[in-house]
Write a protein that binds this ligand. Structure first.
Ligand code: HEM
Length: 505
């Protein structure tokens, strides 16, 4: 009988000795029959699972989401009905660094929230920026290869990073945010986060609107300078993890207010640019924020590996009343996450307690590695069947969406309404003088060692966004302003051709 303190092997048998191997004589070799030793070593060898391909370093916490406002005119999602309280699990992450990376790097922060709703899990997988670097899934692998390690040197490379970014003018706004004072948050508690994409809501009458999610910190925005972050990274690589842990331990639970922006289908059709382009914002003046509820973090997980490392989020998990949008970038994500998790955690990753829905789950998926929940016992495994297991619910179908146009590889840069520099320029003009100087200094430091052809590309983009931004950036990067102006007259293809490294010409 085990009183709860006895050491056992993997199937419950007590272990007589956990320090001394069985040997042939007091000074002889180890015996194969020390099976407890073999079990320990074999298990240990298999304890590392693949890290997330990006967003590898992260911290998680449990909490609640309380819906405080009535938005039933737009969505029938039960989690978003006034006064509803729902359990959540949230994971913060950095993007480019590996699992052992320091917390306070200049990078965007991932914020993934799992709402355990009564209608199934809803995962909102966002970032601390309202837009993204790129807008077509084809460029996603490139983005990650450019910000992660160089295949030759095995090191991170500012050259690769800036070469990639400046080849794609649509990344300009996100470059400006990442290089601004907000590029290194003082803590996870002190930053906003966003769903970024346009999603959709539909109500009880099956009427659709497009929406964007915003989570505004109630702790206020605080950021770190490069210098502060450098010191912190040298002293405490888990700085943001510690901050969150300590806040929860002292019951100073961090909170964010959830808001939504709403755009009608009619407004989307008449919008002056593509509202489904993730590199563009919806202006608050035109699409005001509507308050929805409060998200609070109040419980640290018991076991990091079980609950944080094995957590799996995917934008594909939505619930009735919340849907996707024609955003081509979102469409790509709907495939990528489940596919990554079937590889990283195994096909039954939704059986892992942190990922498991709190409502009944009735699918026909069976078998596979680590199927540990009884596998639906003797229930029918095929469909359709005569036993009424389990029937679809046609009433939850989202309204049909009219599409138009030919099937083709459309390049958004060919769209005459596409302006890659307006949002970044507006952001610059909103900044105080102090913030502008921080942005310029951070960028110049970050581009240290990058070749001039790439620096010219960035300076040209800044100039196209704002005369002052361009002039100051060119000066900080020690570029010839006349050359920046000459290059700024070229279109994107011309600029790229004129700024190719000499050996490629
Ligand atoms: C086509 C574009 C994208 C693709 C293909 C993609 C793919 C992935 C993949 C494969 C993972 C690892 C998943 C895992 O192993 O569990 C991941 C993680 C993540 N992605 Fe993306 N991603 C894309 C864009 C975005 C965007 C636009 C956002 C924010 C709006 C975002 C936010 C995140 C976050 C927060 C995580 C970490 C989730 C966690 O904490 O477990 N990603 N992404």
């Amino acid at each position: 009988m085990n009183d709860g303190r006895k050491l056992t092997n993997e199937v419950g048998a007590p272990i007589p000795d956990n320090e001394n191997s069985i040997t042939a004589g007091p000074r002889g070799p180890v015996m194969m029959q020390d099976v407890w030793l073999l079990e320990k070593m074999a298990h240990f060898n298999r304890e590392v699972i693949p890290e997330r391909r990006m967003h590898a370093k992260g911290w998680g916490a449990y909490g609640t989401f309380t819906c405080t406002h009535d938005i039933s005119q737009w969505t029938k999602a039960k989690v978003l009905q006034k006064d509803k309280k729902t359990d959540i699990f949230l994971r913060f992450s950095t993007v480019a660094g590996e699992r052992g990376a320091a917390d306070c790097e200049r990078d965007i922060r991932g914020v993934a929230v799992k709402f355990y709703t009564e209608e199934g899990n809803w995962d909102l997988v966002g970032n601390n920026t309202p837009t993204f670097f790129i807008r077509d899934v084809h460029n996603f692998t490139g983005l990650n290869r450019a910000v992660k390690r160089d295949p030759h040197t095995g090191m991170r490379s500012a050259q690769n990073n800036w070469d990639f970014w400046t080849m794609l003018p649509e990344s300009f706004h996100q470059r400006t945010i990442t290089m601004s004072d907000r590029g290194i948050p003082a803590s996870f508690r002190n930053m906003h986060f966003y769903g970024e994409h346009a999603y959709s809501f539909y109500n009880e009458k099956n009427e659709r609107v497009w929406c964007k999610f915003h989570f505004i910190t109630q702790q206020g925005i605080k950021c770190l300078s490069d210098e502060e972050a450098m010191k912190i990274n040298g002293m405490d690589r888990e700085y943001h993890g510690h901050d969150l842990y300590d806040a929860i331990a002292r019951k100073d639970y961090p909170k964010w207010t959830m808001y939504v922006q709403i755009m009608s289908e009619e407004q989307a059709k008449n919008h002056y640019e593509n509202p489904f382009d993730i590199t563009k914002i919806w202006r608050h003046k035109e699409f005001p924020l509507h308050e929805v509820g409060v998200l609070e973090l109040n419980r640290w997980p018991e076991n990091y590996f079980a609950e944080v490392e094995q957590a799996a989020f995917t934008p594909a998990h939505v619930v009735p009343g919340i849907g996707f949008s024609p955003d081509r970038f979102l469409q790509g994500r709907l495939f990528a996450y489940g596919d990554a998790q079937r590889y990283r955690l195994g096909v039954n990753y939704n059986e892992i307690p942190v990922n498991k829905a709190k409502c009944e789950v009735n699918e026909y998926h069976r078998d596979g590695y680590m199927r540990v929940d009884g596998n639906y016992g003797a229930m029918p495994a095929y469909t359709p069947n005569s036993y009424q297991y389990w029937m679809p619910s046609p009433e939850v179908a989202e309204p049909p969406l009219d599409l138009d146009g030919a099937m083709w590889r459309f390049d958004p840069k060919d769209d005459p309404t596409d302006d890659c520099f307006r949002d970044g320029g507006d952001l610059y003009r909103l900044m105080s003088e102090e913030k502008r100087q921080i942005l310029i200094d951070n960028t110049a430091r970050n581009m240290n060692g990058v070749t001039d052809n790439i620096k010219y590309r960035h300076a040209v983009h800044c100039l196209k966004a704002d005369e002052e931004y361009g002039t100051r950036m060119a000066k900080a990067l020690m570029l010839d302003m006349n050359e920046v102006r000459r290059l700024a007259k070229l279109d994107n293809a011309g600029l790229i051709a004129a700024t190719m490294p000499k050996q490629c010409m």
